[in-house]
Design a protein around this ligand. Structure first.
Ligand SMILES: C[S@@+](CC[C@H](N)C(=O)[O-])C[C@H]1O[C@@H](n2cnc3c(N)ncnc32)[C@H](O)[C@@H]1O
Length: 233
């Protein structure tokens, strides 16, 4: 399956509720198409399968391990779990998706030494869990890709990233697609930290927009250029 398959794959994924823009889906799809046959993708936080279908749709010869305990509340619990199974099946990718319905920290403890070739982090957004998830990068080969959703838009994820920089986790920051940050596993230099620091104004703007939206001041958020009904992601 080549890069030109993206529109068809996204056409299927786009019918699945979730928080992944077309451009972000394209970045995930591109990262997955660059993998070797037999590679393993770890996706933390699959929800109803929007990102899963993009990752698994990129090529038939990789396995996508989707880790999600399907928590309740706004994420829908069992309803989301059932929708996930249905969406993956309907998309015709169930044979290459392995679901682990557990919190990522539990899955991590049982993981062993199975290689991880591509990591997508979009699970719990508090700083402790997000940092634990980002730390999976420690087990990955240099040059592998790590993509982190809600970077510089969620305070929790951004704190986790700041901590990862302070702890010199093996992640070199490349770019972001909206709130999706793209990293390469490797030794981070000053350039990587400087590129992340440059995202600070965008992060602060997102915090202001979110605060305005929670205070029901959407018109002011619109004035700042945020036209979506959803908070920035
Ligand atoms: C923002 S949603 C993921 C969206 C999904 N990637 C998409 O494209 O639509 C976050 C998900 O993280 C899951 N989650 C919450 N705590 C988790 C944990 N400790 N480990 C893994 N996933 C977790 C939630 O159940 C929820 O489905």
């Amino acid at each position: 399956m080549g890069a030109d398959a993206f529109p068809a794959v996204f056409g299927v994924a786009d019918a699945i509720p979730g928080w992944l823009t077309r451009d972000q889906a394209h970045a995930l799809f591109d990262a997955a198409t660059q993998l070797r046959p037999g590679s393993t993708v770890v996706e933390i936080g699959s929800h109803q399968g929007r990102s899963t279908v993009v990752l698994a749709g990129a090529r038939p010869d990789v396995t996508v391990v989707s880790i999600d305990p399907f928590v309740g509340g706004k994420y829908g619990g069992d309803l989301a779990a059932r929708a996930f199974a249905r969406h993956v099946d309907d998309a015709g990718v169930a044979d290459r998706v392995e679901s682990i319905p557990q919190p990522s920290e539990t899955a991590r403890r049982a993981w062993g030494d199975r290689p991880v070739d591509l990591l997508y982090v979009d699970g719990a957004h508090d700083p402790v869990h997000a940092y634990q998830d980002i730390r999976w990068a420690r087990t990955m080969a240099p040059g592998s890709r790590v993509l982190v959703h809600d970077s510089f838009s969620s305070v929790g994820v951004t704190l986790a990233l700041a901590w990862a920089v302070a702890r010199r986790e093996p992640l070199v920051y490349d770019r972001r697609v909206g709130s999706l940050a793209v990293f390469t596993v490797g030794r981070p230099g000053l350039g990587s930290a400087a590129r992340m620091l440059r995202e600070l104004p965008w992060f602060l703007r997102n915090v202001v927009v979110k605060t305005l939206m929670r205070l029901r001041l959407r018109p002011v958020a619109r004035f700042l250029g945020h036209r979506d009904a959803a908070e920035p992601y």
